[in-house]
Ligand binder design. Structure first.
Ligand SMILES: [Zn+2]
Length: 67
């Protein structure tokens, strides 16, 4: 079963939730302040990075705006 990480936008608490396939659409609440304003975050190597797409222009083989 997948474990999703959530961050509370109210208090900043980050918590993990083990989500069953039948409960994946269920609303999550912050265990600290009970706020429902939580956002799912994904565990990545770079903590603090929030760019969803891969960086362009970092290599000559992947130029920016390439079509
Ligand atoms: Zn909270």
């Amino acid at each position: 079963m997948p474990i999703f990480e959530y961050r509370c936008e109210a208090c900043g608490k980050v918590f993990d939730v083990l989500v069953k396939s039948s409960e994946r659409n269920q609303e999550q609440r912050c265990p600290q302040c009970q706020s429902a304003k939580v956002k799912k975050v994904f565990s990545t190597f770079g903590v603090g990075s929030s760019s969803p797409s891969k960086p362009c222009g970092s290599s000559s083989t992947t130029p920016c705006g390439g079509g």
